[in-house]
Design a protein around this ligand. Structure first.
Ligand code: ADP
Ligand code: MG
Length: 600
């Protein structure tokens, strides 16, 4: 498009008035009003259907056609009352972003008229013409069929006049073509593996839930300025120009007063998010002028990721009402910080235990150490995979530059936890583990103080940092689907926990007691995973040399980083956890290469 034509289009869109949106209601009164949540389900479904559906959601069991028909009817009624005319299967193809194809509810009624129609069949499965989504060779064009199938664990929602149904996307031949399917599988694998390990300490745990709390960074640019330079619309970053006289030199923008025009945008965005059931909580200025951050209250991983995907599109839409453009590119401006999407990750039980919380008593402490150490082992063994999972052409501009983790994965624990691990490693079993009369195991020495959460000992340079009751994976870029990173973390940790159980059971089979078996295994893991622990400044050059000495993956070239997906140990790990098979990995590797090349 020529620049003049581009400007004309842009100018026309500028004329739109800013809509007044802030409702005079409390958030609690309209939160989730555009979501087919449990409240809506209760109102629009029969008791039996409601029970069957919520049971399926809570237990991940399949939903039969008859129930699906009832759910579809209820959903349609709810949507029609809200003025909705269309529905779509909302899916997450392997390009970043989401895809949708809208169909109207109408069907012929057989008498020359029309009726509103939406069956369980249409809700449950669709066959979108998906031949132009990347498939990495999984589908030949002559059989380019892909199926989208309803994911009941993430509730349907309304955008404008359309009912959006979150779906997984799979090829005719059964291979996955999206981020959502393997993410759900990884959550399931982690549930099983973590539950088994948890049962060493708490027999009453039946389910382990994975949580994700993302922090979305972004830039705002005035619409007029945006359209004045073609590099922004074409590449989402500035290709030429000079540094502004005042940028982040004084660090005075971080947490500074939010400009009123931006504030209006944020308020508007938050209202839209609340209506869609996205529990946004925190907003603030970032370090660079015109850079901001938005973070929600964390949620179950799959739902949280859907919400992040949805947020990115809502953001783009709302920004136009305020004559802004949102830049989600990881590095729109040279010489100042780029944007990331920190993924705060944790596991919790159905009995309300956070597995990364040291807890109040000693039983909790030993379980806590077990999960921390296994996570470290997973990050250590699969550090190259975690890096590949966040690598992209655009993120490559950010990593290693201003205020961003380098292209090396390491983990920060902080002095308190590091000391506990060191002590454990150097203790005898008598000192390290206590067994009470009920045969419960606990940490033998000291308490892990609870002040961790507010602890100032926070290393903001670490790509995978322990932050008191969770790990914060800081390397993902601002524009990505968190699914790529989260499914790698979940699978690696799930596989590691499976190994832990095997190792412990092998020692028990030799006649050792449970406490001795756990003690010896953890001790060996603490030793082995040491190279991944780094509490220093990740940004300095010495670290790069040190990391190479430690054998951590230091590959700088993005497409070469992807090749780790085809390493035998990675293929094996994904196979054992049931998350991705070799064919799917091959396809994903190819798609990542293709997107990289096209972007560059
Ligand atoms: P900071 O910028 O200091 O890292 P923020 O408040 O901006 O922290 O974001 C923290 C994010 O971590 C939020 O999304 C929050 O909901 C999430 N979070 C807090 N506790 C957990 C947890 N146990 N598991 C996962 N995410 C969490
Ligand atoms: Mg933050």
């Amino acid at each position: 498009m020529s620049i003049s034509r581009f400007n004309a289009v842009e100018k026309a869109s500028n004329r739109k008035a800013v809509e007044a949106v802030t409702p005079n209601q409390k958030v609690s009164e309209y939160y989730g009003e555009n979501v087919f949540n449990r409240k809506a389900m209760q109102k629009y479904l029969s008791k039996e259907t409601y029970k069957a559906l919520t049971h399926a959601i809570d237990n991940g069991t399949p939903i039969d056609r008859e129930i699906a028909n009832h759910v579809a009817a209820g959903m349609r009624m709810w949507a029609l009352e809200k003025g909705v005319t269309h529905y779509t299967h909302w899916l997450q193809p392997l390009t970043d972003g989401t895809a949708e194809k809208h169909d109207a509810f109408v069907e012929h009624d057989g008498n020359g008229g029309m009726i509103e129609e939406f069956s369980g069949k249409l809700l449950a499965q669709q066959e979108p013409d998906a031949s132009s989504f990347p498939n990495g060779g999984l589908r030949n064009t002559f059989e380019a069929r892909g199926y989208s199938a309803w994911d009941p664990s993430s509730p349907a929602f309304i955008v404008d006049d359309t009912l959006c149904i979150p779906t997984v996307f799979i090829a005719y031949t059964g291979e996955t073509l999206d981020y959502k399917t393997p993410l759900i599988r990884s959550v399931e694998a982690l549930n099983k593996a973590a539950k088994d390990v948890c049962n060493y300490f708490n027999e009453d745990v039946h389910k382990v839930i994975t949580y994700l709390g993302w922090e979305q960074e972004y830039f705002l640019v005035d619409e007029e300025l945006y359209s004045a330079r073609p590099d922004l619309p074409l590449t989402e970053r500035t290709l030429l120009g000079h540094e502004s006289a005042k940028n982040q030199q004084l660090d005075d923008h971080y947490f500074g007063v939010i400009p009123s025009r931006v504030q209006e945008f944020m308020k508007d965005l938050e209202v839209e998010c609340y209506k869609l059931g996205i529990p946004v909580k925190t907003r603030h200025n970032e370090v660079v002028p015109n850079q901001f951050e938005l973070a929600p209250i964390y949620e179950e991983c799959n739902l949280a990721n859907d919400h992040n995907q949805l947020l990115m599109s809502v953001m783009k839409r709302v920004s136009r009402r305020h004559n802004f453009r949102v830049l989600l590119h990881e590095k729109p401006f040279m010489g100042v910080n780029g944007s990331g999407k920190h993924c705060n990750w944790s596991m919790g039980t159905d009995t309300d235990i956070n597995l990364f919380s040291p807890g109040k008593n000693r039983e909790d402490n030993l379980r806590f150490i077990t999960f921390v150490v296994n996570t470290l082992m997973a990050v250590y063994k699969y550090n190259a995979l975690l890096k590949a999972s966040i690598a992209s052409a655009t993120n490559a501009h950010r990593l290693g530059a201003n205020k961003a983790p380098p292209a090396i994965i390491s983990s920060f624990l902080g002095t308190q936890i590091s000391e506990v691990l060191d002590k454990f490693e150097n203790s005898s079993i008598e000192d390290a583990i206590k067994v009470d009369e009920k045969k419960r195991l606990s940490l033998g020495f000291g308490q892990i103080p609870e002040l961790l959460l507010d602890n100032t000992d926070r290393n903001r340079t670490s790509p995978f940092a322990f932050t008191g009751n969770r790990f914060e994976f800081r390397a993902p870029g601002s524009s990505v689907n968190c699914g790529s990173a989260m499914l790698a973390v979940n699978s690696a940790v799930a596989y590691q926990l499976q190994q832990f159980k095997k190792d412990v059971e092998a020692l028990r089979a030799e006649g050792k007691s449970k406490e001795v078996a756990i003690f010896e295994t953890l001790k060996a893991y603490i030793k082995e995973s040491k190279p991944i622990r780094f509490d220093g400044n990740d940004y300095c050059d010495e670290w790069k040399e040190e990391a190479a000495r430690r054998g951590l993956d230091c590959e700088n070239s993005v497409p070469l980083q992807y090749d780790v997906y085809m390493k035998p140990e990675v293929i094996h790990m994904f196979k054992e956890t049931g998350v991705l098979n070799e064919k799917e990995l091959e396809a994903r590797n190819e798609i990542k290469w293709e997107i990289y090349i096209k972007k560059v």
